[in-house]
Design a protein around this ligand. Structure first.
Ligand SMILES: Cc1cc2nc3c(=O)[nH]c(=O)nc-3n(C[C@H](O)[C@H](O)[C@H](O)COP(=O)(O)OP(=O)(O)OC[C@H]3O[C@@H](n4cnc5c(N)ncnc54)[C@H](O)[C@@H]3O)c2cc1C
Length: 292
């Protein structure tokens, strides 16, 4: 199966997620174009296999039982970036850091907030990723993609219906293949200085040297997840190798090998914060795959 494509069979998902957790994917494909993505869907469909789409895996918890069927990872083979005036168009697999770096080289401002977010452009528009007062919503003017049946689709920024860490991507079942961002002219040195300063702040506050998926929970209305977790005395609390980071309580980090432990930690933190602070924490991370 899938002979014409770059694929792995029984791929260890620990290697394809920043949390370094999860069982194996039956098939893992690295498409080179939108046309290949459509062909992969067609071939999987004909064989009755379910299909999941991922980017860099920086916002994912893959469960220990792994993922049945085909996983399409849009990253290294689809990362072209081009400029037209003040607009940049990036293939969905381009890393945000690379796009922000390209913008800086070209003297374009607006993407500095994104330079330290370790995901692809496709994942970032799906999640409406944001940091330091900026979010993808502010810069995205057009998203191109395909539907599982191969139909091409193009959406404006407005049609993407961006909200806090959400967009229309999941509602439409869209597979993002290309993203166009509108930026403004700026001074390359100033843009670089701002990016370095934000990345310095990030490194100071976040546990970047331990596997994580970034902030585990969304920011609840009127609160900060990290502050609530800290106030509930949960900093450093652990289940097996899964731990509430000592450096930033909003990050649940992993030094073990069990998604079950990680999920139990997520649920325990949710329960204790609900009981002690009366606030419901909603996971920001996406959970996929099967339990053992
Ligand atoms: C250390 C660290 C710091 C982080 N800091 C931030 C931060 O400051 N702000 C922030 O918002 N996030 C942050 N994150 C989370 C994460 O980097 C972002 O959510 C990122 O945008 C996810 O991109 P990804 O390519 O890794 O997507 P994945 O994690 O692979 O996927 C995320 C979701 O997007 C979907 N998806 C991915 N690509 C596509 C595509 N091409 N078409 C359709 N659907 C797709 C997947 O199905 C999944 O539902 C951080 C993560 C880490 C590890």
């Amino acid at each position: 199966m899938f002979e014409r494509f770059e694929v792995l069979q029984n791929a260890d998902m620990r290697q394809y997620t920043t949390l370094k957790l999860g069982g194996t994917a039956d098939w893992l494909a690295f498409p080179r174009s939108a046309a290949e993505i459509a062909e992969l869907f067609a071939e999987a469909g004909a064989a009755g296999l379910p299909v999941s789409v991922i980017g860099h895996g920086s916002n994912l918890l893959v469960l220990d039982g792994g993922i049945r069927g085909l996983v399409i990872r849009i990253d290294k083979n689809m990362k072209n970036i081009r400029r037209e005036g003040n607009r940049l168009t990036a293939a969905a697999g381009a890393m945000l850091g690379a796009v922000a770096g390209f913008a800086a080289e070209n003297g374009l401002t607006g993407l500095e907030f994104a330079s330290g977010i370790p995901g692809t452009v496709g994942g970032a528009v799906t999640m409406n990723a944001g940091a330091y007062g900026g979010e993808m919503k502010d810069v995205v003017v057009r998203v191109d993609g395909i539907l599982p049946d191969g139909t091409e689709m193009s959406l404006s920024g407005e049609e993407m219906r961006f909200g806090y860490r959400r967009s229309a991507v999941k509602d439409l079942n869209l597979i993002v293949t290309e993203v166009t961002m509108e930026l403004a002219e700026g001074d390359p040195a100033a843009i670089r200085a701002k990016m370095s300063e934000l990345n310095r702040q990030r490194a100071e506050k976040q546990p970047l040297d331990v596997p994580s998926a970034g902030s585990t929970f969304k920011r609840p209305e009127g609160f900060y997840a990290a502050a609530l977790i800290d106030q509930c005395g949960l900093k450093g609390y652990s289940v097996g190798g899964a731990q509430v980071s000592m450096k930033h309580a909003g990050f649940l980090v992993n030094s073990g090998d069990s998604s079950r432990d990680y999920l139990e930690l997520v649920r325990t933190v949710q329960r204790i914060v609900r009981e002690r602070a009366g606030v419901e924490l909603e996971p920001e991370i996406r959970i996929i795959g099967e339990e053992v």
